[in-house]
Ligand binder design. Structure first.
Ligand SMILES: [Zn+2]
Length: 464
């Protein structure tokens, strides 16, 4: 049996920072001991002097190989997981989106086929609920048996994904009784549709109108309504990609009342701002996502929320489209710009920048990018933790490295970077997936197909 010993590093978890050696056997952490306490004969030794050893990042919100707005997101499960690993992420949860009138099981099969043989690390799935029929409850029960315990609904995309409050309330009730977690994309899409129609009628079709037609207040309104529904349903609820002060206020007030409401934000809402959509030469299209990037002051509020605990996770909503041939589909009409940004590779470095900038501490950083998503989505402590028995999905982080976020230095399959020219302090040195080194500096050593489907268990959000 090959064992691996990671020596002389500093373990950093969501709760502790301490020097220790880690012994890995059969893909799991076998022991954690003081530096030098273990005999390293026979073990493959990795020297982690001056490195932080942290649980691999978990990205709980991705869209790989997803058909959307007449095209398909440009990363598949191979290129997406590979790029993610280069950025310190070793597990992701992607969204399965069924078509109306078609069973969830069929969509799950499609997504499993997209991932199998391609993913380089373990992955799970969330299921979207796009309609509520007499079969839905039985389908949800069967999805739980397949290891899917989180379900997303939309108050946005009228005519496509939007579902009414009654269905959302039924889903919350069902989830309460089945150890599942309801996620909501909370933006009042019925109202934004009117603003979009009005703007288009006036010929206001530049990318920036994508943002102007989706005011933060309508995200706040919808988020507040979801918190209230969850309160009455006595169920937990998780708000995906929260962007603004108005929505954060609804979450904060709900939590103060004891509602089990949880929320994620994404790095692009922390580092980009509304003006990016107004860049000349249609460059603004690169920054079109939904909900949109807000004026800069919202980002300060989001950081406050990450610090205070009102926001518990940072995911990416990774949904890249090339500028050439994809984003360009919306030249002359923002309504046709595919909504989505690349992010799976830059999330962990950008959140570490929060540590460098003094916005969050080191343990909070690990909690936000790894431990909390594991806890909220039924993966903890197999993932998101450095404990004996956990999967040895580990990142050796080099605080002295400088990471360049320009397109030519990144590995995502997309023809541009939304952080072109920017560098951040800190970066990945080595990445291990179930005990095997998959990234070593610039070198990729992983294997497509090594990643396994994660059957997730019941969710106990009270842990976060
Ligand atoms: Zn999404």
């Amino acid at each position: 049996m090959t064992t691996t010993l990671i020596k002389n590093g500093t373990i950093v978890t969501g709760s502790d920072i301490y020097p220790a050696d880690l012994l890995i056997a059969r893909g799991c952490i076998a022991s954690i001991t003081p530096h030098g306490a273990l005999d390293d004969r026979g073990a493959e030794v990795i020297d982690a002097t001056d490195r932080m050893v942290m649980p691999g990042g978990i990205d709980a919100h991705t869209h790989l190989d997803m058909p959307f707005m007449g095209t398909t997101s440009s990363d598949d499960f191979e290129t997406g997981t590979r790029a993610a690993a280069f950025g310190g992420t070793t597990c992701l949860i992607d969204f399965v989106i069924p078509q109306k009138g078609k069973p969830m099981r069929e969509a799950l099969g499609q997504w499993q086929a997209k991932a199998e043989g391609k993913a380089i690390f373990d992955y799970g799935f969330h299921m979207c609920i796009v309609e509520w029929t007499e079969d839905t409850q039985a389908e949800l029960d069967s999805m739980v048996r397949e290891g899917i315990t989180s379900f997303k609904l939309f108050t946005d995309y009228p005519g496509v994904f939007l579902i009414d409050d009654g269905a959302i309330f039924r889903a919350l009730r069902w989830a309460r009784d089945h150890g599942a977690l309801i996620q909501v994309h909370a933006v009042n899409g019925s109202a934004t549709a009117v603003l979009i129609e009005e703007a288009a009628a006036l010929g206001k079709l530049d990318p920036v109108y994508h943002g102007l037609c989706r005011p933060a207040r309508l995200e706040g309104e919808s988020t507040s309504r979801m918190v209230d529904l969850a309160e009455v349903a006595e169920a937990p609820v998780y708000i995906v990609h929260l962007t603004c002060a108005e929505a954060l206020k609804a979450v904060r007030e709900g939590r103060r009342r004891g509602v089990r409401v949880y929320a994620e934000t994404c790095p692009h809402y922390l580092y980009l701002n509304h003006d990016d959509m107004d860049r000349p030469d249609f460059e603004g299209a690169k920054y079109i996502c939904n909900p949109p990037i807000r004026p800069a002051w919202h980002a300060d509020e989001l950081w406050r929320g990450l610090r205070s605990g009102d926001l518990q996770t940072v995911a990416t909503d990774h949904c890249p489209f090339n500028f050439k041939g994809q984003k360009e589909m919306g030249r002359g009409d923002f309504r046709k710009i595919p909504n989505g940004l690349p992010g799976v590779e830059t999330r962990v470095p950008l959140m570490y920048k929060g540590v460098v900038d003094g916005r969050i501490n080191l343990s909070r950083f690990v909690e936000l990018v790894s431990t909390n998503p594991a806890k909220l989505f039924g993966l903890y402590p197999r993932k998101g933790a450095v404990v004996v028995g956990a999967d040895a999905d580990l990142v050796l982080w080099n605080p002295d490295k400088v990471t360049d976020l320009s397109a030519e230095c990144l590995h995502m399959r997309v023809d541009h970077s939304i952080y072109e020219g920017a560098t951040v302090q800190g970066g990945v040195d080595k990445v291990l997936v179930r005990g095997k080194v998959v990234v070593d500096g610039d070198q990729f050593l992983g294997q497509p197909g090594e990643g396994r489907y994660l059957r997730r268990g019941p969710i106990d959000p009270a842990r976060v």
